[in-house]
Design a protein around this ligand. Structure first.
Ligand SMILES: Cc1cc2nc3c(=O)[nH]c(=O)nc-3n(C[C@H](O)[C@H](O)[C@H](O)COP(=O)(O)OP(=O)(O)OC[C@H]3O[C@@H](n4cnc5c(N)ncnc54)[C@H](O)[C@@H]3O)c2cc1C
Length: 378
């Protein structure tokens, strides 16, 4: 029997496992490896931060994929050997007929001096309870949200956090000045200037200061240090720099972009039978900007990889391709959300649009989570 090894049980890995089992049933052995026991959508962190919900309310055990015949291993991926289609998992070498790398992006807080000591890591579920407590006990002052590197997951998320926190503090009568900085020249470069102006006016209209082109050098007690200035804070919420996980960086699969290079349409790496999907990859668009790191794209890439693997096992030419169509929600407060959506692989230019805010988009965002938990975990 053919064997597929899926590395990572996030959006991409789970979507791949489901589609493979749908297409090939018991004719394929699917092993999925993840050191984390549960799945959770990324935006749960924003809801948990403001105390609207908990992380636990959206967690599902990855082990339950065994119900559809997936061999789920809670283990560490120690090494990837793409040239021989093998992987070392908790010290055991496993060979496969196809490998799908879906290991996501690793957060590197240590890349910024002072991050661990002074900032709350709002992208790390383990740090959310501490951050949530600090927010709920905050009595007033400067709340700074810092983006410490790019690319980072879900580019609208830090702006969403700033708007939701600002709203929260106002509703509690806390005098907080919310500020946000980014190393990028505008809030969401993929959208272009006009739509960034819309987002930045919304921030300004809510009294939130935005500092573009601010690459932090280090953090000290009460101050973020930049080349030519310092920004003071009473509470610092940070999005640390991201990199592919170490095991991927050591695999020889990482290209000049610093991420795994793939064929954008087929998700194939340079090694036959080895695919990479989701946040661990970087797809450069025709406008020279990277495809945003989003769960929906990881999921669509996973389905593409699964279709192509199933077709190749069946000896068929595969026409399955990644569309690059979809987007991410940006909750703006007042019970509304916007959407950054489009056709990102369109030529000659990506067609990307920022929608008007509406209650319907917030409803869709909630459904985005419930539908996936339902379809993947029953
Ligand atoms: C605050 C926030 C809000 C977001 N909002 C949205 C949104 O609205 N819409 C959207 O589409 N996306 C959103 N995202 C982004 C989304 O969560 C990611 O893009 C998505 O999770 C990427 O999926 P992935 O499968 O590539 O990687 P992941 O989901 O990160 O999965 C990777 C898995 O690999 C495992 N792993 C890594 N290294 C190893 C190893 N060596 N051994 C074993 N296991 C390992 C990890 O434990 C992890 O489970 C948001 C993210 C954040 C942080």
């Amino acid at each position: 029997m053919k064997r597929v090894l899926i590395l990572g049980g996030g959006f991409g890995g789970i979507a791949t496992a489901h589609r493979l089992k749908q297409k090939l049933g018991s004719d394929v052995e699917v092993i999925l490896v993840d050191r984390r026991p549960y799945f959770m959508v990324g935006f749960r962190k924003s809801w948990a931060l403001i105390g609207e919900s908990t992380l636990e309310a959206g967690q599902k055990p990855i082990g339950s994929l065994s119900k559809i015949g997936v061999d789920v291993r809670r283990a560490n991926v120690d090494a990837i050997l793409p040239e021989e289609k093998s992987v070392v998992v908790d010290g055991e070498k496993i060979h496969a007929d196809a490998i799908v790398i879906a290991l996501g992006a690793e957060l590197i807080p240590n890349a910024v001096t002072g991050f661990k000591e002074h900032a709350f890591n709002v992208y790390d579920p383990a740090d959310i309870p501490r951050a949530q407590k600090a927010i709920s006990e905050f009595k007033g002052g400067r709340v700074v949200i810092g983006i410490f590197g790019a690319p980072y997951k879900c580019s609208p998320a830090p702006y969403e956090m700033s708007l939701l926190l600002n709203e929260k503090f106002k509703s509690r009568g806390v005098k907080a000045s919310v500020e946000i900085f980014s190393p990028q020249p505008m809030s969401l470069p993929i959208l272009g200037q006009a739509s960034c102006d819309t987002i930045e006016s919304r921030l300004e209209g809510n009294g939130i200061k935005f500092y573009p082109n601010h690459k932090a050098a280090s953090i000290e007690a009460g101050e973020v240090v930049f080349e030519n200035k310092r920004i003071g804070y009473d509470l610092l919420l940070g999005v640390p720099p991201h990199k592919p996980p170490l095991v991927v960086r050591e695999s020889g699969l990482v290209g000049e972009s610093g991420w795994v290079d793939i064929n954008a349409r087929t998700t194939e790496t340079l090694f036959e039978g080895v695919y990479a999907i989701g946040d661990v990859t970087q797809i450069m668009l025709t406008n020279k900007k990277p495809l945003p790191k989003a769960g929906l794209f990881a999921e669509l890439m996973g389905e593409t990889a699964a279709e192509r693997i199933a077709d190749s096992f069946n000896g068929q030419h595969s026409t399955a391709t990644f569309s690059g169509e979809g987007g991410c929600y940006l909750e703006v407060g007042g019970g509304e959300a916007m959407m950054v959506e489009g056709s990102f692989l369109a030529e000659p230019e990506p067609l990307v649009n920022l929608t008007e805010p509406s209650k319907q988009y917030l409803e869709e965002k909630r459904k985005f989570e419930t539908e996936r938990l339902e379809k993947w975990f029953g």
